[in-house]
Design a binder for this molecule. Structure first.
Ligand code: AMP
Ligand code: GLY
Length: 423
C-alpha cells in the first residue's frame, strides 16, 4: 500500500521510520519531510497551512492512507476534507481537534464531564483577568487559548506577573490571535505523564506511557518548549494506574466527545500531572506527541499500519499492540536561542558516528540536506534516541551519541530521565 505522512519534524521521522518497517507498505511519502526523513521516504513539498495544497498533493499521489503528524492540518480540517472525498486518513475532525486547538473548549469539556483538571478561569479582557486573579493563589498558570507550539504557557510567580503576561497575550503582541483569549489555572505539582491512546471514536487502547521534559533547562528551569526530551519504560506506570487512566480519563473523553456529536477518532494525547490528589489533565493534543513518539515507537514491536487502520475502521483492540520490555529515551538537540529566536543553516557533523552507537537512532527534526551535507533548519534539530534493556543504559547510549554530534550553538538537556533513575 501507498502511505503519505504529513509533517516534517522529529515525530514524523519516527513515524516514517516505523512505517517503513511494515511489510504492508510498498510506497512511503512524507510532505514536506526533512533532511533525515529523505532516507526512509520520498519527501515532497506541501504547505501544511493550506487544505488546498494538501488536497492537491493527495489527489496526485492517491495514497491508500494519510497519517497526519502536526496539529495545524487537523485544526484546519484536513481530515474533514479527505474523508469527504473518501480518502482514508488518520486523525480527528476539525471539531474534535478543538480539544487541542482551544484550551477553553478543553477545560469546559473536562468540567462538563467531571474529568479531573486544575481549577480555571476563562478571560477575554484584562478586566476579567484582574477579577479572576482574586480567586487564585500564586503561582498562577497563564495560557493562551489557541495553538502556540508549546510556548503559550507561562507559570507566573505573582499575580502582578500573571496580569502582565495575560495583558501581553490579550494584546496580540505575544502570540497573535492565539492569545485573544486566555485561561488562568491553578498551578499543579507532581510528575508529568504523557498518556497517549488510539481511539476509534468509541474504544480506546493506550500506548506505553512516556514522560516529556518541557522546560528548556536542566532541573526544569527556563521557559517552556515543544519538548526537550522524553523517555518510556515498562514501569513508568503500573497496570492499575493504566486502567485508572483509561477508565477515568481517556474513555470518558472519547465517550463525551461522541455524546456531544464530535466523535474523536485518532490519537488522543492526554497531558497529565500526577498530583497527590490523583492524576489531573493539563492539556490534550489530538496527535502523536513530539518528542514522546520517538521513544514510544522505538518500543513498539507490532505493525503501526494495522493499528492505524483499526482506528480508522472502528475496531481498535489491545491485540493490535506488542511492546518491548526495553526502555527508550530521546534527547533533543536544539539550535542556540531556542525556544526564542535562533539562526539556521549551521552545518551538522558527527551524525554517522552517533547513529553507529549501539541501540541508537538519530531522528531528524529541523534539518535540511544539501549536497550530502546536513544543516540545521529549525529550533529542535535532532532527537537522539536510544533503546536498551535498562533506562540507565539507554540514557548512557543517547548521551554518548549526542557527544558525537556538533553544530554551532547546539544545546541539549543533560538530565533527561534523571528523576526516574533516582527513584
Ligand atoms: P499545556 O500546553 O497546557 O500542556 O502546558 C504546557 C506545560 O505547561 C505542561 O506540560 C506543564 O509543564 C505546564 N503546565 C500547564 N498547566 C499547568 C498547571 N496547571 N500546573 C503546572 N504546570 C502546568
Ligand atoms: N511534547 C509535547 C507535545 O507533543 O505537544
Amino acid at each position: 500500500m501507498k502511505v503519505l505522512v504529513l509533517g516534517g519534524g522529529g515525530r514524523e521521522h519516527a513515524l516514517v521510520w516505523k512505517l517503513r518497517r511494515s511489510p504492508r507498505i510498498t510506497q512511503l511519502f512524507c510532505a514536506p519531510g526533512n533532511g533525515g526523513i529523505g532516507e526512509d521516504a520520498q519527501c515532497l513539498a506541501v504547505d501544511l497551512k493550506s487544505i488546498d495544497s494538501m488536497t492537491a498533493l493527495a489527489a496526485r499521489l492517491r495514497p491508500d492512507l494519510t497519517v497526519v503528524g502536526p496539529e495545524l492540518p487537523l485544526t484546519l480540517g484536513v481530515v474533514d476534507e479527505f474523508t469527504r472525498r473518501g480518502w482514508p486518513i488518520f486523525g480527528p475532525t476539525q471539531a474534535a481537534a478543538q480539544l487541542e486547538s482551544s484550551k477553553s473548549f478543553a477545560k469546559e469539556f473536562l468540567q462538563r464531564h467531571r474529568i479531573p483538571t486544575a481549577p480555571f478561569a476563562i478571560c477575554d479582557s484584562i478586566e476579567q483577568v484582574r477579577t479572576a486573579l482574586g480567586h487564585f493563589h500564586p503561582p498562577v498558570v497563564v495560557k493562551a487559548d489557541g495553538l502556540a507550539a508549546g510556548k503559550g504557557v507561562v507559570i507566573a510567580k505573582s499575580k502582578e506577573e500573571a496580569a502582565g503576561v495575560a495583558a501581553e497575550m490579550l494584546s496580540g503582541k505575544m502570540l497573535g490571535e492565539a492569545g485573544a483569549r486566555v485561561v488562568l489555572e491553578e498551578c499543579l505539582k507532581g510528575d508529568e505523564l504523557s498518556f497517549l491512546v488510539f481511539s476509534d471514536g468509541e474504544r480506546v487502547v493506550p500506548l506505553v506511557a512516556a514522560q516529556d521534559h518541557k522546560r528548556v533547562g536542566d532541573g526544569d528551569t527556563g521557559p517552556n518548549t515543544g519538548g526537550m526530551g522524553a523517555y518510556s519504560t515498562p514501569d513508568i506506570i503500573d497496570d492499575q494506574m493504566r486502567g485508572w487512566l483509561v477508565h477515568h480519563i481517556a474513555q470518558p473523553v472519547v465517550a463525551g466527545m461522541k455524546a456531544e456529536g464530535t466523535e474523536f477518532k485518532g490519537m488522543l494525547y492526554c497531558g497529565l500531572m500526577m498530583t497527590v490528589r490523583g492524576p489531573m489533565v493539563l492539556e490534550f493534543n489530538c496527535r502523536f506527541g513530539d518528542p514522546e513518539t520517538q521513544p514510544i515507537l522505538m518500543r513498539l514491536e507490532s505493525d503501526l499500519v494495522e493499528a492505524i487502520e483499526a482506528s480508522i475502521e472502528g475496531r481498535v483492540s489491545e491485540g493490535d499492540f506488542k511492546w518491548s520490555v526495553d526502555a527508550a529515551v530521546c534527547v533533543v538537540m536544539a539550535s542556540g536561542g531556542y525556544p526564542g529566536t535562533y539562526a539556521v543553516g549551521k552545518r551538522i557533523d558527527g551524525l554517522e558516528d552517533a547513529g553507529a552507537v549501539e541501540g541508537v537512532k538519530v531522528f531528524h527534526a529541523g534539518t535540511a540536506k544539501r549536497d550530502g551535507v546536513y544543516y540545521t533548519a529549525g529550533g529542535r534539530v535532532l532527537g537522539v534516541t536510544a533503546r536498551a534493556g535498562s533506562l540507565e543504559t539507554a540514557v548512557a547510549r543517547a548521551y554518548q551519541a549526542c557527544g558525537k554530534i556538533s553544530f554551532e550553538g547546539a544545546h541539549y538537556r543533560k538530565d533527561i530521565a534523571a528523576r526516574a533513575m533516582k527513584k
